[in-house]
Design a protein around this ligand. Structure first.
Ligand SMILES: [Ca+2]
Ligand SMILES: [Ca+2]
Length: 377
């Protein structure tokens, strides 16, 4: 009995069901297929929306340089901001920087060089001037070279890469001593005197050689021939009226320049983009020390160390004309936000300042967004 009951119990449910259903009718099949189709379409729609949203968000975070090489150069210089800069001096050096705007020279105080900052709204039409310091901020190959020296009882040992990247005899270098005190890293400039803060490769003078087994001296190329007048290189990005204004540019626009601040006292300007109405810089800073940006500012602190510790993001906004004047075209808005986040950041550019025909130009906002990786290295 037990056995029979069990058999009937186990057999009844599935068998009964199967016996009752000989198959699906065509109508049922169509209905089921229709439901499947709707479900697939709904999920793929949702999926597409998700994908396009995430692509948009990535784009927002990325730079929009429109393939303009000059803006790529700016991005690269910003990425290298701070590279090779000394963080401290054993004695106050006497170095020089030309006066290119209020508060833009670190030499006036013999100060530790700031990696990146701006002359906020100091340029033409209230534009910003962007200042970048590093050893690589130059156009020549020397500025991209570096090596390190370790102690030896018979003189220092200089690392050779055995490539074209090796520093050559006669190139001008600075030497920075890497320090680590209680786990806190530092980079102190090696100096002979207040005015002798650089040397010629190879750095064989006793003052520029490691003094002990534990010493690690970093050697950075600065200039191929000129004795550096400051222990770093510097480039500025700024708007100015070029010697010959392109005819197609709207009135009251400027050219974006990269200016290499030379060691001979000259600034060599390289034009990057014509017909620019405004350039604004915004900094994303981490004031709480958790690595995440918690504040955006028009200008950063005057302390080199705070800049090194807190600047996590540099955003540059450039409003420029695209193409020629077009009588048949009407630009929709008179005021353009050259900035982000809130109205106090960047500028609200009034195109009416360009002239009566501002509507007949196509205005485009370019953005360069960089997370500088060399500030604290
Ligand atoms: Ca500004
Ligand atoms: Ca934070």
């Amino acid at each position: 009995m037990d056995c029979e009951t069990r058999t009937s119990n186990t057999s009844r449910a599935p068998w009964a069901l199967l016996q009752g259903n000989r198959g699906f009718s065509l109508v049922e099949l169509i209905v089921v297929m229709a439901i499947f189709l709707i479900v697939i379409m709904a999920t793929s729609d949702a999926f597409n929306t998700l994908v396009s949203h995430s692509i948009q968000q990535t784009k927002i975070a990325e730079s929009q340089t429109g393939g303009i090489i000059g803006l790529e150069m700016m991005r690269v210089d910003l990425e290298h901001a701070g590279y090779g800069l000394p963080w401290s001096f054993p004695i106050t050096p006497e170095y020089t920087e030309p006066d290119l705007g209020t508060g833009l020279s670190d030499a006036s105080t013999g100060g530790v060089p700031r990696a990146v900052h701006t002359g906020d709204n100091q340029g033409p039409a209230g534009s910003d001037r962007l200042v970048i310091r590093s050893t690589v901020a130059g156009m020549d190959a020397t500025a991209k070279k570096w090596t390190y020296a370790t102690y030896s009882s018979v003189g220092s040992v200089l690392k050779q890469w055995d490539t074209a990247e090796d520093l050559a005899a006669g190139e001008k270098v600075i030497v920075v001593r890497a320090t680590n005190v209680d786990g806190v890293q530092g980079k102190q400039l090696v100096m002979k005197s207040a005015t002798e803060f650089s040397t010629t490769y190879p750095p064989n003078a006793a003052e520029f050689r490691p003094q002990a087994q534990s010493d690690l001296y970093l050697v950075y190329g600065v200039h191929p021939t000129d004795t550096p007048v400051r222990p770093f290189n510097r480039v500025d990005y700024y708007l100015a009226t070029p010697p010959k204004v392109p005819q197609s540019c709207a009135p009251n626009t400027f050219t974006l320049f990269k200016g290499i601040v030379g060691h001979d006292g000259d600034v060599i300007p390289y034009p990057l983009l014509d017909c620019v109405a405004d350039m604004q810089v915004i900094f994303g800073v981490d004031t709480s020390g958790d690595g995440e940006v918690d504040m955006h500012l028009n200008e950063v602190s005057t302390s080199a160390q705070e800049i090194r510790d807190q600047v996590k993001e540099v955003r540059v906004y450039i409003l420029a004309q695209e193409g020629k004047k077009d009588r048949s075209f009407t630009y929709p808005t008179q005021k353009v936000r050259v900035g982000d986040f809130d109205s106090s950041l960047g500028s609200e550019f009034d195109l009416a300042g360009i002239g009566a025909d501002w509507r007949n130009y196509r205005w485009r906002l370019y953005t360069v967004v960089v997370n500088p990786k060399n500030l604290a290295n």
